[in-house]
Design a binder for this molecule. Structure first.
Ligand code: 0WF
Ligand code: ZN
Length: 497
C-alpha cells in the first residue's frame, strides 16, 4: 500500500499525518482532528501556503516540511442546534458513496460533486453566522466579545419598520438556540453589561427570564405568544436617548437579578413575580422623552387625558394593556379571570409607583412596615413589589462604573433635549436638566445621597445579601462622583481666571 506524508502546523506544532488512498475521508479527518486535539463538534480548516482553504480528504496533495499546511480549529459546530451533526453525517455518507462509485465507475458523478459543494457551502454559511457567538457556540469568551465602541454595522439605511422586521427575524432565529450556562448565570447579576447586546439578543434574554422563572409552565404561556408580546413591547419603545428599549431591558434584567439574589421565588407566589417582571418590562412603554412636569406645563394630550395625574405612568400602563389586548400577544390569556384581575391590579400599582413624584410617599410607607415585614401580609407585599420596581428603575449606578456612566450620558442627553425645548417654548426649566448648570458629578452626588442610598439601604435591611450587590457599588459611585465634584470645585478659580 502506498502512503503519503502530509506536513502541517497546528497549535504552534509541526505535525505530520500519514495515510493512503484506501483510507476513507472520515479516517483522514479523524487523523487531523486528533492532531488538533479537537472534539467531534469542531470545524477544522486546512490552509495551504497561499492561505487558501484546502479540502481534508484522502486526495490531499502531499507536501514537504518546508511547505507545510496550516490546520486551524475555527469554531465549534452547532451541534446543540442539531443541524451540523447531520451535515457531517451527510458529508461522510457522500464521501462513502463517492468512493464506492469510484470503485465501480472510475469517476465521480456530477450529482455527487454538486451535493458535496452544497453541503460545503451550507457549512460555510453557518460558520459565518458570527452573531451566534454569544450563545456560546464559538470558542471565544462568549459574553464580553463586543465593546460599546465596536457595535455591529449600523442598519440605519433601513426604515424603522424594516429594522424592526430584521430584529424580529433575528429574534426568531436566535430564540431556538441554546444559551450557555455562563450567560444564564450572568443574567442574574447587576454586573450584566447591557451595552454588549443588540436588540434581537435582548429579546432572547428576556425570553430566557420568563422561561427560567417557570412562567411559561406555571401560567401556560405559549412560546410564540410570549415572543409576539416581547416583540410588541420592543416596538412600543421609542428611539430616544434614555427611556428606550435598552432601559426597559436593564430595568427588567435588574428585577430578574433581584428576584434571584433575594430568593423571592421561595418567598412570594409566582403570580407576584410575573407582575413584577412584566411591570418592569412595560413600565416606560411609549415614553416620549419629556417628563411629567413638561407634559403638565405644556398641557400635552397625555396631561389632558390623565388630568395631570402621573400622565406618563398612566400612559405606559395603558399601552401595556393595549398590547395584552391583542390575542396573539396575550401572555395572560390562559389564566383565570381572577388571576387576570390580580395581575392587572398589580401591574397598575407597580407601574404607577415609578412616578418619582411619589418617591417619598412610597419609601416612607416601606420604612414604616419594615421592622415587622411579613411576606404573607397583602399590604406589605404590595409595597415591597413597588419598591422592587422602583429600585430596578433607577439602579444604573449599581452597575459597573463603565456601564453606569454611559447611562448617565444618555439621561443627560434626554434631559438637555427637554430643557432646550422648554427654553424655546418659554416653559419653566428644572436646573438639573439645564445644560448650562449641570455637570455629571453635581447630578449624581445629590441623587445618590438623597435618593439612591436611602432607598437601597431600606431594601437591604430586608435582604442583607443585597449590600454587596447594589449598596456597595452605589457607595463607590458616590465616592467617585464626590471626588470629581471636589476636583471640579478646586479647579474653578484657576480655570475662570
Ligand atoms: C441625573 C440624575 C439621575 N441620575 C440617575 O442615575 C438616574 C436614574 N434614573 N433617573 C436618574 N436621574 C431619573 C430618570 C427619570 C426619573 C429618575 N438626575 C436626578 C436629578 C438629576 O437630580 C436630583 C437630585 C436629587 C433629587 C432629585 C433629583
Ligand atoms: Zn424607567
Amino acid at each position: 500500500m502506498t502512503t503519503k506524508i502530509i506536513h502541517f502546523m497546528v497549535n504552534g506544532r509541526l505535525e505530520q499525518a500519514e495515510f493512503g488512498a484506501n483510507n476513507s475521508a472520515a479516517d483522514v479527518k479523524d487523523l487531523f482532528r486528533a492532531a488538533a486535539e479537537a472534539g467531534s463538534n469542531h470545524i477544522l480548516k486546512l490552509y495551504d501556503t497561499n492561505g487558501s482553504v484546502v479540502k481534508i480528504s484522502p486526495r490531499l496533495e502531499a507536501n514537504s516540511e518546508d511547505s507545510y499546511y496550516r490546520l486551524e480549529v475555527v469554531a465549534s459546530d452547532l451541534q446543540s442546534v442539531g443541524m451540523p451533526t447531520e451535515l457531517d453525517d451527510m458529508e461522510s455518507r457522500l464521501q462513502h458513496l463517492e468512493s464506492k462509485v469510484m470503485e465501480d465507475v472510475g469517476k465521480t458523478p456530477d450529482i455527487i460533486d454538486e451535493l458535496k459543494s452544497q453541503v460545503e457551502s451550507f457549512k460555510r454559511k453557518l460558520e459565518s453566522v458570527q452573531h451566534l457567538n454569544w450563545m456560546g457556540l464559538f470558542h471565544k469568551d462568549s459574553d464580553h466579545h463586543r465593546s460599546k465602541f465596536s457595535k455591529k454595522p449600523t442598519t440605519s439605511h433601513l426604515s424603522v419598520d424594516e429594522e424592526r422586521q430584521q430584529v424580529r427575524k433575528n429574534f426568531t432565529i436566535m430564540s431556538s438556540l441554546q444559551m450557555t450556562e455562563k450567560v444564564r448565570e450572568h443574567l442574574k447579576t447587576p454586573n450584566f453589561d447591557n451595552w454588549q447586546w443588540e436588540e434581537a439578543e435582548m429579546l432572547v434574554l428576556l425570553q430566557v427570564m420568563f422561561t427560567d422563572l417557570d412562567f411559561l409552565m406555571v401560567f401556560h404561556i405559549e412560546l410564540d405568544v410570549l415572543q409576539n408580546f416581547l416583540f410588541e413591547v420592543y416596538c412600543h419603545y421609542n428611539s430616544i436617548p434614555f427611556h428606550n428599549f435598552h432601559h426597559c431591558f436593564c430595568v427588567t434584567q435588574m428585577m430578574y437579578g433581584l428576584i434571584w439574589l433575594t430568593d423571592l421565588r421561595s418567598r412570594l407566589p409566582r403570580l407576584d413575580l410575573l407582575i413584577m417582571l412584566t411591570s418592569a418590562l412595560c413600565h416606560d412603554l411609549d415614553h416620549p422623552g419629556y417628563n411629567n412636569v413638561f407634559q403638565i406645563n405644556a398641557q400635552t394630550d397625555l396631561a389632558i387625558r390623565y388630568n395631570d395625574i402621573s400622565p406618563l405612568e398612566n400612559h405606559h400602563c395603558a399601552v401595556a394593556f393595549g398590547i395584552l389586548s391583542k390575542p396573539e400577544c396575550n401572555i395572560l390569556k390562559n389564566l383565570s379571570s381572577e388571576q387576570y384581575r390580580l395581575i392587572r391590579g398589580g401591574m397598575i400599582r407597580c407601574i404607577l409607583a415609578t412616578d418619582m413624584a411619589r418617591h417619598n410617599e412610597i419609601l416612607n410607607k416601606f420604612k414604616s412596615i419594615q421592622p415587622a415585614f411579613d411576606f404573607n401580609n397583602k399590604e406589605h407585599k404590595e409595597v415591597l413589589m413597588k419598591i422592587m420596581v422602583k429600585v430596578s428603575d433607577i439602579s444604573n449606578e449599581a452597575r459597573p462604573m463603565a456601564v453606569a456612566e454611559q447611562w448617565l450620558d444618555c439621561l443627560l442627553q434626554e434631559f438637555f433635549n427637554q430643557s432646550d425645548t422648554e427654553k424655546l417654548k418659554g416653559l419653566p426649566v428644572a436646573p438639573f436638566m439645564d445644560r448650562d448648570k449641570v455637570s455629571k458629578p453635581s447630578s449624581q452626588t445629590s441623587f445618590i445621597r438623597f435618593v439612591l442610598l436611602p432607598l437601597f439601604s431600606e431594601l437591604t435591611k430586608l435582604f442583607p445579601c443585597l449590600e454587596q450587590h447594589i449598596l456597595e457599588p452605589v457607595r463607590q459611585a458616590l465616592e467617585y462622583y464626590s471626588t470629581l465634584e471636589r476636583a471640579g470645585k478646586d479647579e474653578e478659580p484657576t480655570t475662570k481666571a
